[in-house]
Ligand binder design. Sequence first.
Ligand code: CO
Ligand code: CO
Length: 321
Amino acid sequence: MLGDLDIPKYDNVMVGTELFDDAGVVRISEDVAIVTTVDFFPPVVDDPFDFGAIAAANSLSDLYAMGGQPVSALNIVGFPQKDLPFSVLEDVIRGGLSVAREAGMPIVGGHTLKSPEMFFGLAVTGMVNPRNLLINSTAKSGHYLYLTKPIGTGLITTALKNGNADEESVKVAVYTMRQLNRSASEAVLAVDGCAVTDITGFGLLGHLSQMMAASNKTAVIDYSRIPFLPGIEKLAKLDQFPAGSRSNLTSVEPDTDWKGDFERYEKLILADAQTSGGLLISVEPEMSKKLEQEMRKRKVMIARIGEVSDRSKWLIEVVRS
Ligand code: CO
Ligand code: CO
């Protein structure tokens, strides 16, 4: 988004706007770099407490994807005073606090604005040792690709708005969205040489293509190995996709090769815009068993979805085994 602007260069900026990553990392000493990231959005679920918790977990996602640890956060709130009782706002903030507490991160302030639509999120400050910094540009040919949460939250939250989602799907989606990527991040840090990013608004294909572009590689992923939230194929056939999933698919299509017959709804599932999705990890095969063990030890779901190869004409090739 900042592509055309003349952005001054600073020597201590380790991750700025050029790596297709939305957190920034600035070195302040040999051992310490500051990670800053911000995210906020309108409600994705009906329950205000759950919404606050999900927004907070989502705001921490970039930090954990980079191997950082949270230091503090500020609330960012938009609230339609006239249309909603104040107790709704309290519940949202309490939800955010519950996740911040889990992360061991104090919320030290914030800013609230009158707004026609509710929105909520956090501006997060974190820390990382520059030697441990995880980035998305170090995927190598032969690496295995792993995902740590099932996809489909865009479909389920949109179906919920349309009155088409069943209770069970919503329950599982809320559970995964409010899950911090902290344990997954710790598992990755126990293994050397991983490239990492988190799956959020651009969907699996969007974030995977960014990782491949940054690494100058091609990902070969297997549709049948990708973990889905329950009920999403039904919702996909009912076309319950948010607008973001459609625009995601449009932007990755030119760089994606579909090997075999894929329905349009299947392509859209892989491009489905996620809220607080999991980590996408590229790891060398020799380290893959260790990564799986470290994840299981921490009760984190882990699914191997494909591998990395030399750069072809495409950034992503999708097969079906
Ligand atoms: Co973000
Ligand atoms: Co990210």
